[in-house]
Design a protein around this ligand. Structure first.
Ligand code: PBG
Length: 327
């Protein structure tokens, strides 16, 4: 035996599942998860997204079944993305009363009033150029875009959205939306800000699902450089000052250091967005039988919570809730 240092037996606390459960530091619950939905116009549409097996674009008439299924497994919050038929230069479909997200919100609140509807507030699914703001001379005009984003948030709140989640990365979007919501009487509607959003290749499959690939250039003049950590703290601090109620860090898996940094630097709930590319990678490996999908997915989400995430936005939400329920 070694005699010049104290011998420690860490394995004592790993001897049985009950013992491990007793000392486990992190756990998952269905309440931690938010499920994204892609809503398309038309009727009787249920298109599987090629790069995201198990994820569908659905039309309004499928909401009833979908919301019922989510309710059954204990998912209590959905994030809505709209995929409109008509797009234009200024993303009109995002802020009209009969926009696809507005219609879906009304429908969900009618089916299950207690289901929380989180509206993604962005223009990219509604603009013909696919950028998250309006364009002047091939530049995304920050302050002009804010007006339309504020209008979008108000119209989503009018339709019944419980939480507004701006994802556009324009400067000042939280304060602009807060002021517009307050002025319209929606002082109690919280803002879940995509505060820390990187210009990431992990969004590829989402852009198929939401039909929102930029038609020219990229999003690097508004989304963050993946190389930057300090900048994440700057973005987070600004959004907290502007009145954000929750912060999203996105993507999640390759950015767990950022989740932890933002968690330590703030005192509001942190949401990790397990994005489309992360989902697609796991699905592809699982489809080939190369990994054990369920245990790998649970490990991934446990790691996100361990890193500091209070909530997780993921296309796996329904599966996870089902697994937790059948445990
Ligand atoms: C809209 C938006 C995007 C995602 C969420 N909201 C796409 C983007 O910024 O290009 C990505 C989500 C995912 O990849 O799962 N701006």
């Amino acid at each position: 035996m070694v005699d010049n240092i104290t011998f420690r037996r860490h394995r004592r606390l790993r001897t049985s599942e009950a013992m491990r459960a007793l000392v486990r530091e992190t756990s998952l619950s269905a309440d931690d998860f938010i499920y994204p939905l892609f809503i398309v116009e038309g009727e009787n549409v249920k298109n599987e997204v090629t790069s995201m097996p198990g994820v569908f674009q659905i039309s309004l008439d499928y909401l009833e079944t979908e919301i019922e299924e989510l309710h059954q497994v204990g998912i209590r919050a959905v994030m809505l993305f709209g995929v409109p038929n008509e797009k234009d230069e200024v993303g009109t479909g995002a802020y009209i009363d009969e926009g696809i997200v507005q219609q879906a919100t009304k429908k969900i609140k009618a089916i299950h009033p207690e289901m929380l509807v989180i509206a993604d507030t962005c223009l990219c699914e509604y603009t013909s150029h696919g950028h998250c703001g309006v364009i002047h001379d091939e530049n995304i005009d920050n302050d002009e875009s804010l007006k339309l984003l504020a209008e979008t948030a108000v119209s989503q709140a009018k339709a019944g959205a419980d939480i507004i989640a701006p994802s556009n990365m324009m400067d000042g979007f939280v304060i602009a939306i807060r002021q517009a919501l307050d002025a319209a009487g929606f002082t109690t509607i919280p803002i879940m800000s995509y505060a820390v959003k990187y210009a990431s290749s992990f969004y590829g499959p989402f852009r198929d699902a939401a039909d929102s690939t930029p038609q020219f250039g990229d999003r690097k003049t508004y989304q963050m450089d993946p190389a930057n950590r300090r900048e994440a703290l700057k973005e987070a601090a600004t959004d907290v000052e502007e009145g954000a109620d929750m912060l999203i860090v996105k993507p999640a898996l390759a950015y767990l250091d950022i989740v932890r940094e933002v968690k330590n630097a703030t005192n509001i709930p942190i949401v990790a967005y397990n994005v489309s590319g992360e989902y697609a990678m796991v699905k592809a490996a699982a489809g080939n039988g190369w990994i054990d999908e369920k245990s790998l997915v649970m490990e991934m989400f446990t790691s996100m919570k361990r890193a500091g995430a209070d909530l997780i936005l993921t296309y796996y939400a329904k599966d996870v809730a089902t697994w937790l329920k059948n445990n």
